[in-house]
Design a protein around this ligand. Sequence first.
Ligand SMILES: [Zn+2]
Length: 309
Amino acid sequence: MEDYWIRSVTGDGAVRAMAAVTTATVEQARRRHGTAPTATAALGRTLTAAGLLGATLRVGQTIFVRILGDGPLGGVLATSDAAGTVRGYVANPEVHLPLTSSGKLDVGRAVGRGTLHVTLDLGLRSPYHGSVPLVSGEIAEDMASYLVVSHQTPSVVALGVLVAPTEQVMAAGGVIVQVMPGADERTVSYLEQRAKALPAVTSMISGGNTPEEMVEAALGEMPSQVVERGAVRFRCRCSRRKVQRVLISFGETELREILAEQGRVEVRCNFCAARYLFDEEAVENLISGMRNGNRRTLERGNGETIQSH
Ligand SMILES: [Zn+2]
């Protein structure tokens, strides 16, 4: 099954549900960052949560989810947009802890205590920022707490990543159910009951369940309709050209210092682990481009910066 998300609403509009299968996306993240199993689970759950919330965005809007705990992982970050493009990283990808007493990857201990931050860039002048203290560091509970506290919407969040002994991602995905404002108490308590009986996300996905079936399992007898569906994929927005622009902003002196120390300039993208190498000749080209750019700026005499390419 290809990775994809859906967004559904119940007939009366009282409940909204998002579900996604993200197995290939999380496996892609694992390969790029070389994460060990506990780190894979933490990153995968965070990427999935960002992807699910991304399903509520419009084109041009983005969401950033940051899990900043005092555990060995040292922070997990994921970002997503309306197109289902997700990317993210964990500060310490090598982290793997002993399994919990119930045989699960110990994401809570790897994350530790701290704060969950969500930044919504809706394309307005300033982005919306919300944060809540971490409940357990298991990420799903923390996201649910964020949705209740920041959005006043009682929410069920289930996230799961199943990692094989070979460290490969076997199943990943999640479900978010949100009770919209104005819904009655019975709806809330019915969904709470359903949530308790909901099978683990990883067993649903391993069993071949689709996002549609996951939403059905979460909503039970409440009829719902899929209002939107889209692909999920791990993709970064970095490019050699963007990295060049960053290097130019360093200025000639700093570039020459790096060159003198290391013989080349190497830039690694945090989000996708791509490496960009600039040998001596490439750096010299950048510098001469900067000089030409400066000269053009002076000739124009208008103080505008010209970006060199
Ligand atoms: Zn990148």
